[in-house]
Design a protein around this ligand. Structure first.
Ligand code: NAP
Length: 294
């Protein structure tokens, strides 16, 4: 990358805040926009320009990165007189890192193409801790040359980039990876619920898993404290995983394949969401197994 890009970053939530700060720490010129302006203060303090609108951000950048919740938030930052699209300029680049449906991503890539804007879909695998440590695994879709050109930017936020193919391949891969995560989470919660019901300490599950090289998974260790303390501070909020599970099911329906276990996971996560737990970490599904409603 001969001339370093002027990066505009949109979405300073749990993940975006850490990712944008890692770009600043890596020495990139970063400007930011966030709907709730209060979240931009630490970036202003770090010397970043703060834009009042997505359009203003696009005007001060040649590369925009989005890390927002989902399609509705993307529409809000893309469209309208103050939206990103109104400032699209040929040769610029949009890198979306939010988890979106593949179909939406494909349409966005097309919209960018029509305006001469390069596009990459680069959702991430890894949660808050990995984002803070710059250890995300970035799942990249788009033109290979573009992905390679932006590798220094992506590597400032992650430990590795997995190139999946033309857009929306990064997004499609992200759904496959999150399918495993969703099922691992509910498996962990059901296992803990069954242990408690049998008067077993759930600690024993973690001990047995850790001692078996075939089952010693870092994710279990990451979520151990939540399960054991019955406390679910948000790292990956349940509402986001429920959104992703619904993207998986929509994609499966479109392609006419059954995902029966993922359907059951959706049912449990929806129940938990409807219990008012959407903002908590996704491991909160345990509550709906140990404290059944009604
Ligand atoms: P988050 O903490 O909820 O932050 C969401 C961001 O989107 C905030 O900056 C929020 O702005 C913005 N936003 C939401 N609705 C908006 C709207 N209508 N207009 C403009 N901005 C809007 O979410 P997160 O955990 O960082 O996740 C971001 C993305 O990464 C999601 O797609 C998620 O699925 C994915 N992801 C998350 C994790 C994780 O562990 N958390 C891991 C991998 C991938 P405000 O500050 O104004 O609310």
């Amino acid at each position: 990358m001969s001339i370093p890009p002027r990066i505009g970053f949109i979405g300073l939530g749990i993940m975006g805040r850490a990712m944008a700060m890692n770009l600043v720490k890596a020495g990139f010129q970063v400007s930011v926009y966030n709907r709730t302006r209060q979240r931009t203060t630490e970036f202003a303090d770090a010397g970043c320009q703060v834009a009042a609108t997505p359009r203003a951000l696009a005007k001060m950048s040649d590369t925009v990165i989005t890390m927002v919740t989902g399609p509705e938030a993307m529409e809000a930052v893309l469209e309208g007189p103050e939206g990103l699209v109104s400032a699209f300029a040929g040769g610029n680049t949009l890198i979306n890192m939010s988890t979106l449906p593949p179909e939406y991503t494909a349409a966005l890539e097309k919209k960018c193409f029509m305006s001469g804007v390069n596009f990459l879909d680069c959702p991430v695998s890894g949660s808050k801790t990995a984002a803070e440590a710059g250890q995300l695994v970035i799942l990249a879709g788009g033109r290979k040359e573009t992905a390679e050109r932006f590798s220094p930017v992506l590597k400032a936020m992650g430990r590795a980039v997995v190139y999946a193919g033309p857009s929306p391949a990064g997004t499609s891969l992200k759904l496959c990876v999150n399918l495993i995560l969703a099922q691992l989470t509910t498996a962990l919660a059901e296992s803990a619920a069954l242990a408690r019901a049998q008067d077993l300490a759930p600690e024993l599950i973690f001990e047995a898993l850790a001692l078996n090289p075939a089952l010693n998974c870092g994710y279990f260790e990451l979520k151990k404290e939540n399960i054991l303390k019955n406390d679910f501070p948000p790292a990956f909020p349940l509402k986001h995983m429920l959104k992703d599970v619904r993207f998986m099911l929509a994609e499966a329906e479109k392609r006419k394949i059954p995902l029966p276990v993922t359907e059951a996971v959706e049912g449990l996560m929806a129940k938990s969401y409807n219990s008012g737990y959407g903002e908590k970490d996704l491991t909160v599904v345990l509550r709906n197994l140990t404290e059944p409603l009604g």
